[in-house]
Design a protein around this ligand. Structure first.
Ligand code: C2E
Ligand code: MG
Ligand code: MG
Length: 575
């Protein structure tokens, strides 16, 4: 009896549920009809078995109605999404919630299509889903455009490697996943020199070749990226020190093979900075540390350097300096100081050397040694150098116009300025603009600028033809190839202060100084000693017939007004 009653109750519930289902089904079909024609509709049971598909579903998937009914919804799975993606979806809908998302599906012929999907669960009285309806709209075209934009946003257009943004994102991802990532920054030694001397097109091709070789070091899950310029990076999301070190060694070894671009064999030396994350690291900090390690590798010319906490943050300082250097140039924060050059016998000022100073609003005067190398590296030196040349020539002309006896103005050139094609034209233009007689301008070059001998000689001759003088600064510290010295059309040798400093009778340095003076006389070159600080040094130079000197013994570099005062006092003994 009891049993029968139970059966009756059950069948009644079943009938009621069926009726409810039917009404829902009808409602659904209404929705389906109401949907826009392009909508792709499917109904599955609670296990995901397809019960209904519309025409559009068949069209886009390439399957017939019969092929789909009774099949698992997985029939159109592309394999693109991670298992977690579907887990999250099932979790949502099985709890009776609506799920929305974008799914990549695969058609019968293997082609891929994207659909914007909404899945609505239908619930029984106890709120359990017994059916799901999915309504999809194709978004393949939009996805393609998005993928293209994404590619551009996350890749470097020259090499096709992931860019800085992609690299940073992946690094952040590694931290989110509680991994201990390692980062390797690689820079190419002497790249900017090659780029300048061989041209940017050539430089670009070299970077492409480097990228090709570099990307092979990114194993699965690792990222090889180009951050900017000649800076490449490798992310190892979870690697031990030994593995990272091994990788650095492999890179160094592989780069020993020259890059062949056109007919040139280019030997490129990579310099590598490495950092291994510790528990306190996060993305920005780790990147800064990698920069610092790279900076040290470059400074020490070591093939690879691991970051250690005692390294100062000089790479970061460098970045700050570069930014304020640009601003300083715009705001007119540079000034020239002038250091007199004295005739040893008459003590008359025969010239001055223009030495740049940076009047930093917060840090006060900054010496050129602190910013000229960076200005060289960034190319800012071209603008700075031209400003120096113009200001110095204008100052010299002003002194002459004010009635001071004409003297030469020595201006330091940087290697980048010297290599630049339009140096001669720039000098010519500035001389004309300031109306300074070319014989009163002396350009200081250094031996290292003469490495590329033939074009350098050509530039020197062209400068000489303008009527300007040339001196070889810091002589004795560079290559000092006496053979070449004969070929260079220079007027004066400046003996480097390091030799002058240690002049005492009988020392090795005094022998060098004597040799330089004698040799200069033989080559009919003038000589000036720089960095003269003591009377002892001066009398030694005098005994060796060195005619001119420059140094603190006479005057330090000073602003123009103070030089004028000195000119009065220096003129007097000779008058
Ligand atoms: P430099 O051309 O060899 O300049 C001589 C340096 O020796 C100057 O340093 C000067 O202040 C310093 N000096 C002068 N007399 C003495 C002395 O008696 N004892 C000692 N110990 N030092 C003395 P400063 O002004 O710091 O310049 C350093 C270097 O920066 C210069 O060496 C030059 O290579 C570069 N530089 C300066 N101004 C310019 C510029 O306008 N353009 C370029 N490209 N380089 C510049
Ligand atoms: Mg100099
Ligand atoms: Mg010097």
């Amino acid at each position: 009896m009891d049993n029968n009653r139970t059966k009756r109750v059950k069948s009644c519930v079943f009938r009621q549920r069926n009726m409810a289902l039917k009404s829902v089904m009808n409602k659904l079909l209404d929705i389906t009809h109401a949907l826009d024609e392009s909508s792709i509709v499917a109904i599955t049971d609670q296990a995901g078995v397809i019960q209904y598909v519309n025409k559009k579903f068949c069209e886009i998937s390439g399957f017939s109605y019969e092929e789909l009914i009774g099949q698992s919804h997985r029939i159109i799975k592309s394999g693109y999404h991670e298992p977690e993606f579907f887990q999250e979806m099932w979790q949502t809908i099985s709890q009776g919630e609506i799920w929305k998302g974008e799914i990549k599906n695969r058609a019968k012929d293997g082609s891929i299509y994207w659909v914007q999907t909404t899945i609505v669960p239908f619930l029984d009285e106890s709120r359990h889903p017994y059916q799901y309806i999915s309504i999809r709209n194709e978004i393949t075209e939009r996805k393609k455009i998005e993928e293209k934009i994404n590619f551009i946003a996350y890749h470097d257009s020259l090499t096709g490697l992931p860019n800085r943004r992609a690299f940073t994102d992946q690094l952040s991802q590694a931290f989110l996943e509680h991994k201990q990532p390692s980062v390797m920054f690689m820079d190419l030694d002497r790249f900017s020199m090659l780029n300048d001397s061989l041209g940017h097109i050539f430089g670009d091709r070299l970077l492409q070749a480097v990228a090709k070789r570099f990307r092979q070091f990114a194993a699965k899950d690792q990222i090889a990226a180009r951050l900017d310029g000649d800076k490449f990076a490798l992310l190892l999301p979870d690697a031990q020190k030994i593995e990272v070190e091994q990788k650095a060694l492999e890179i160094i070894h592989t780069f020993k093979k020259p890059f062949v671009i056109d007919e040139y064999d280019l030997h490129i030396t990579p310099l590598i900075g490495i950092v291994l994350a510790d528990d306190t690291d996060e993305t920005e900090l780790l990147l800064k540390k990698a920069d610092t390690a790279l900076f040290h590798a470059k400074e020490q010319q070591s093939p690879y350097v691991f970051y250690t906490s005692d390294m100062n943050n000089s790479a970061f300082d460098k970045l700050l300096l570069e930014n304020s250097l640009r601003k300083g140039l715009q705001r007119g924060e540079f000034v020239l100081f002038y250091q007199p050059q004295i005739d040893i016998h008459t003590r008359v000022i025969v010239g001055t050397e223009a030495l740049i100073r940076w009047k930093h609003p917060e840090r006060g005067f900054i010496s050129p040694a602190a910013f000229i190398p960076l200005a060289e590296e960034t190319g800012l030196i071209e603008e700075i150098g031209e400003w120096v040349l113009l200001t110095a020539c204008r100052q010299n002309k002003q002194w002459q116009d004010a009635g001071y006896p004409p003297m030469r103005m020595a201006v330091n050139l940087s290697s980048r300025q010297f290599r630049k094609g339009n140096l001669v034209e720039t000098v010519d233009r500035i001389l004309k603009e300031t109306k300074l007689d070319p014989q009163h301008l002396e350009l200081e070059i250094t031996e290292s600028m003469m490495m590329n001998v033939e074009p350098a000689i050509e530039t020197l001759y062209r400068l000489r033809r303008l009527g300007v003088q040339i001196s070889m600064d810091d002589f004795g510290t560079g290559y000092s190839s006496l053979n070449y010295l004969k070929k260079f059309p220079i007027n004066r040798l400046k003996i480097d202060q390091s030799f002058v400093r240690d002049i005492h009778q009988g020392t090795k340095d005094s022998a060098i100084v004597t040799t330089i003076i004698t040799m200069a006389h033989n080559l009919k070159l003038n000589v000036i000693a720089e960095g003269v600080e003591t009377e002892e040094q001066l009398s030694f130079l005098k005994s060796q017939y060195c005619k001119e000197a420059q140094g603190y013994l006479f005057t330090p570099p000073l602003p123009a007004e103070q030089i004028e005062e000195r000119m009065h006092s220096f003129k007097s003994p000779a008058q």
